[in-house]
Design a protein around this ligand. Structure first.
Ligand code: ACM
Ligand code: ZN
Length: 753
């Protein structure tokens, strides 16, 4: 009997614990639940010896809920802080380590530093948010510290400018989620945004541009409106640095060199290889006019850096280094002379010379440099750290050679990419980096051993603002992806537990709602998948949430809470639009997804390809070409297949002898991305799938004239097999981006009617 009871109570307590889901982001390293609970008192007493500034931050957060008062130890204190008992030097150097012990009558924080205490308070704020309504917090012990020392977010204020009030809000978001580094991208081609007293023209001239690009890059459209002058005075910068410091956030300033320098050159054209005049860029992209490595330029940059170093106490100064075309240096007598004089290999050696010289100067001021991948070009400067953005190669190489690296690879950490179906999202840079992808990131490259891994300082996400027009959109692009970054940097993300993370994200949406923060709702979005059926295709809808919340229409109207509930794949008829959305308790939670279909006699039929598409552009494989969905130019990663240097040779098995008189297909032209129209197309038919007869051939002129949308009359045909060969443009001709490389051929939907 006794044994039975014991078993019973074990099961019971197990149940109790499993119901306790802590809505903490980032999730702590270790949580141990204990018996009892802490009743949140109306008059919350704080030990008068608590670090003042951090405690005031905590009080302010809950000032409308509880009365806070300071008291003495013997007055029934509810919140105390103590130093960790000294264990070893190594332990006491851990600045961000903390523990929280919640018992029935008090909360005891242990930390080594005010920073550790501040991080503990962030955890406590989230616990209070979760339990304030019930008025009691389960007793527990949390032991916590981050895995990575650099947990950063970057903000580009050059392409679009954000006020210091907005920048402070951004810093608040970092603090709430235990990020500790704010990378402030202050100079670029489109604007110089930091006052430099010695060079007033930088902001008088360089903080303005004539107009700005609007819409998609390929549209090449401008708004005609002067932008600026927009910049921060040194007093404003000091104010932001102070604000961040109070929140234990390091501000790392970035001053771009030798490239991305047009705004600076517009003010001081004598620092370029050619005479100018120059203007701040109105387009996005990379520009040929860069700093010329002459003494005058180094004097200028050193004077600028002197003022920057005085304003920012950070250990690292970011000196850019990315995307510096060598076009001007190749043609510049001074640059060529410098290459010879210093025995440099080429212009990449000159880039290395440039960065080495700047590093020496920055080091002489007691600081270190960090730069984008390209500072590896021609040899890394001795003490430089690398910010690895083009992938993980730069960071891997740096770590292997004993240099520190911050990982920020585009495909996981660029928050200017789309996070949901581009059709339902505001215009973005391109790329697709949804929440789950960010969450799956492991900043330690797999090929590093334990010793080399120590050089991975941490992880950062970047927010470039070419397509981000205002602060509401800044919020939208960073939330909820910042939550994933936070947990990746803290080192407690587990990709296999993504679902549990998503549940916590939904809880944190309530905090964002309360703060009036705009965030992306892509996690509620409906995913659609086309599947073949016996007479064409069906459209299957799914959600990571409760499937009974999916509502849809097929009459073009917007789905409402009382629209049809999705149950089975929807059979697709000839011209049809499926609109779907996710509802919870009658409330619309997702964006409205809309999918047009245009089916033909090939739709859902068996298709084989002689050459396979490139991995990054293989979407749903060959079936993509007969799924009844016509490619959308905004979705290169979806609906289109991409072939580099290869022809498309597709054979469609129509199942039985079928009559048709017209064959159509779609190709793309975007020379900036190395995508070219096809050279020719050939259509042939067969009854046995072996012997084919050509029924139509067209050349380049016809394809160019049709602008990619090819609709061919083939005469009245009847056949079981349809074969189409679409010829790749081949090697990209001189004078085009990517000249001498293999061209891309993008194709979608091969139809017959
Ligand atoms: C970068 O995205 N050009 C660092
Ligand atoms: Zn030059």
């Amino acid at each position: 009997m006794k044994r039975f009871l014991l078993l019973f109570s074990m099961i019971f307590s197990g149940l109790l614990f499993s119901q306790t889901q802590l809505n903490l982001i980032p999730y702590p390293q270790k949580v141990e639940f204990q018996k009892g609970e802490f009743i949140i008192p109306e008059n919350f007493k704080l030990d008068q010896n608590l670090p003042k500034q951090e405690t005031e931050y905590f009080k302010k957060h809950f000032s409308n809920l509880f009365n806070f008062m300071y008291g003495k130890k013997d007055e029934g204190i509810h919140l105390v802080n103590s130093l960790f008992p000294p264990k070893s030097i190594n332990e006491s150097q851990k600045k961000e380590k903390y523990s929280i012990e919640i018992s029935s009558d008090r909360i005891n924080i242990s930390s080594n530093t005010d920073q550790g205490y501040f991080l503990a308070l962030q955890t406590l704020i989230q616990l209070f948010e979760q339990y304030k309504d019930s008025g009691k917090i389960p007793a527990m012990k949390i032991e916590d510290e981050p895995k990575f020392a650099w947990r950063g977010m970057h903000l580009d204020v050059c392409r679009h400018f954000f006020t210091i009030e907005e920048v402070k809000q951004y810093i608040d978001y970092l603090a709430m989620y235990k990020l500790n580094t704010f990378h402030w991208h202050l100079t670029d081609d489109q604007g110089w945004r930091i006052e430099i007293k010695k060079y007033p023209k930088l902001t008088q001239i360089g903080s303005k541009r004539k107009e700005s690009m609007i819409g998609a890059y390929v549209d090449n459209t401008f708004d005609g409106k002067p932008y600026g002058p927009y910049f921060y005075t040194q007093d404003q910068i000091k104010e932001v640095v102070k604000y961040a410091t109070e929140r234990h956030i390091t501000v790392v300033p970035e001053i771009e060199m030798p490239g991305h320098a047009l705004a600076a050159l517009s003010a001081y054209p004598e620092l370029a290889c050619t005479k100018g005049p120059f203007e701040s860029a109105t387009k996005w992209g990379v520009f040929d006019d860069v700093f010329c490595p002459k003494d005058e330029t180094f004097t200028f940059l050193q004077n600028v850096l002197d003022e920057v170093i005085n304003l920012f106490p950070s250990q690292y100064i970011h000196i850019g280094g990315d995307e510096c075309p060598k076009t001007r240096w190749k043609e510049c007598a001074h640059c060529q002379e410098l290459i010879k004089k210093n025995n440099l290999k080429d212009e990449h050696g000159l880039q290395s010379y440039f960065i080495h010289r700047i590093e020496k100067y920055v080091n002489s001021k007691g600081r270190k440099i960090i730069g984008w991948d390209e500072i590896l070009e021609g040899g890394l400067a001795p003490n430089a750290a690398v910010m690895s953005w083009t992938g993980i190669k730069g960071g891997t190489e740096a770590a292997k050679s004993g240099h520190f690296a911050v990982m920020t690879p585009g495909s996981y950490c660029y928050f200017d990419h789309y996070q949901g179906d581009p059709q339902t999202e505001p215009n973005a840079f391109g790329g697709f980096t949804p929440l789950e992808k960010v969450y799956s990131y492991n900043p330690i490259p797999s090929e590093l051993n334990a010793e080399q891994s120590k050089y991975i300082l941490g992880v950062q996400a970047n927010l470039w603002t070419e397509y981000i027009l205002d602060f509401k959109q800044v919020q939208y692009m960073i939330f909820p992806r910042l939550f994933a970054l936070s947990e990746v940097g803290w080192g407690t993300s587990k990709p296999e537990n993504y679902k549990g993370f998503e549940n916590r994200v939904v809880e944190h949406f309530k905090i964002l709602d309360k703060m009036n923060i705009n965030y992306a709702k892509s996690i509620y979005n409906i995913s659609g998948k086309v599947i073949p059926n016996s007479n064409g295709v069906s459209y299957e809808l799914s959600t990571s949430q409760d499937p009974s919340g999916i509502k849809f229409t097929i009459d073009g109207s917007e789905p409402k809470s009382n629209s049809a509930t999705y149950q089975n794949p929807i059979p697709v008829s000839k011209e049809m639009t499926v609109k779907s959305a996710y509802f919870e308790n009658g409330e619309l939670k997702s964006a409205i997804s809309s999918q047009n279909f245009s089916t033909s006699k090939t739709t859902g039929k068996k298709i084989t390809l002689e050459n396979q598409p490139s991995e990054n552009y293989s979407f749903g494989g060959a079936f993509t070409l007969v799924d009844g969905i016509i490619g959308n130019v905004k979705q290169l990663g979806k609906t289109w297949l991409g072939f580099q240097g290869k022809d498309v040779v597709a054979t469609i098995d129509l199942g039985e002898k079928t009559q048709f008189s017209e064959v159509y297909f779609n190709t793309l032209d975007n020379k900036g991305s190395w995508i070219h129209f096809a050279k020719s197309a050939t259509i042939s038919i067969s009854d046995d799938g072996k012997n084919f007869k050509t029924v139509k051939e067209i050349g380049k002129d016809e394809i160019l004239k049709a602008k990619g949308k090819i609709n061919l009359k083939v005469g009245n045909q009847s056949a079981k097999f349809l074969k189409i060969k679409i010829e790749n443009a081949g090697i990209i001709p001189a004078g085009n981006p990517g000249a001498d490389s293999k061209a891309w051929l993008f194709v979608d939907e091969i139809g017959a009617q």
